[in-house]
Design a protein around this ligand. Structure first.
Ligand code: GRF
Length: 222
C-alpha cells in the first residue's frame, strides 16, 4: 500500500490544478490528504472548490503584508499548524520565499517547458500566447522543486505536446492542461515513494528496487 502523504496546496485563482488533485485522491489514484488550501486572493474560485470538498482554507493576501518575506513567513506559520509532508503550488501567483528546511519539499507546475517561456509574469494564457508567437513546435508542462526564484528549481517531470499551426492560447492550454493532470500526481507519487533525489540542478528518479538502499544511505549521511 503506497504511503499517504499530507499536502498543503497554495492557490491564487481558479484552482483547476487543485481540482485535479482532489479528483485523483477521490478516485484513489493518488494517496494523499489535502490538509489545508491557502489562497493569496479572496476572489479565488479555488476557495469554493476547497470548501465544497470540506478542505480547511486559509486566506493570506499579499497586500496585507509589507514585503515578500513577511508574506512568506505568514504562509510558513500557517503550514506549520498542520502535519505537512509536501507543499504544492497550484496556480500560486506570488513569489513564496521558502526557508532552507523546505528545499526539496515544495513543488510547482508551470504550463510550459522550463527554462523557456517562464519567470515573473509568465502565467496562464500569456505563456501559451508567447509559445505560439515564437513558432516553436512543441510545448508542454514542467513540475519542478521550488527554490527562491520564479520557475527555476530542479525539474522533476516534463510532458510535451505538439503546437499546431491553428492553435489559439485556449486550445494549446487545454492540450497542455491534460498533461499537467498526469504530471503533477506522478511527481507527488514519486515524492511519496521517496524516489526523488536532488543532485545539484538535476533530479534523479530512483528506481523502485533501489529505494530502500538509497534511503538508508541518505539517512546515514545526515
Ligand atoms: C495551471 O495551468 C498551472 O500550470 C499553473 O496555473 C494553472 C492553474 O491555475 N501554475 P488555476 O489553479 O486554475 O488557477
Amino acid at each position: 500500500m503506497p504511503k499517504t502523504i499530507n499536502l498543503a496546496v497554495l492557490i491564487s485563482g481558479g484552482g483547476s490544478t487543485l481540482q485535479n488533485l482532489i479528483d485523483k485522491i477521490r478516485s484513489d489514484s493518488l494517496h494523499a490528504h489535502i490538509k489545508i488550501v491557502i489562497s493569496s486572493s479572496a476572489k479565488a474560485y479555488g476557495l469554493k472548490r476547497a470548501k465544497q470538498n470540506s478542505i480547511p482554507i486559509s486566506l493570506i493576501e499579499f497586500a496585507d503584508y509589507k514585503n515578500t518575506e513577511e508574506f512568506s513567513n505568514t504562509i510558513v506559520k500557517e503550514i506549520e499548524k498542520h502535519p505537512i509532508d509536501l507543499i504544492i503550488l497550484a496556480g500560486f501567483l506570488h513569489l513564496f520565499k521558502i526557508p532552507d528546511k523546505y528545499i526539496g519539499k515544495v513543488m510547482n507546475i508551470h504550463p510550459g517547458l522550463i527554462p523557456s517561456f517562464c519567470g515573473k509574469g509568465y502565467y496562464g494564457n500569456r505563456v501559451h500566447r508567447t509559445v505560439i508567437e515564437s513558432g516553436v513546435k512543441v510545448s508542454g508542462c514542467t513540475v519542478h522543486f521550488v527554490d527562491n526564484e520564479y520557475d527555476r528549481g530542479p525539474i522533476i517531470i516534463q510532458r510535451t505536446v505538439p503546437v499546431l499551426y491553428d492553435d489559439t492560447p485556449d486550445t494549446l492550454s487545454e492540450r497542455v492542461f491534460k498533461e499537467e493532470c498526469i504530471a503533477y500526481p506522478d511527481a507527488i507519487r514519486l515524492f511519496a515513494e521517496g524516489r526523488l533525489e536532488i543532485v545539484g540542478r538535476r533530479v534523479r528518479i530512483v528506481k523502485p528496487e533501489e529505494t530502500k538502499q538509497w534511503i538508508k544511505q541518505k539517512d546515514s549521511n545526515r
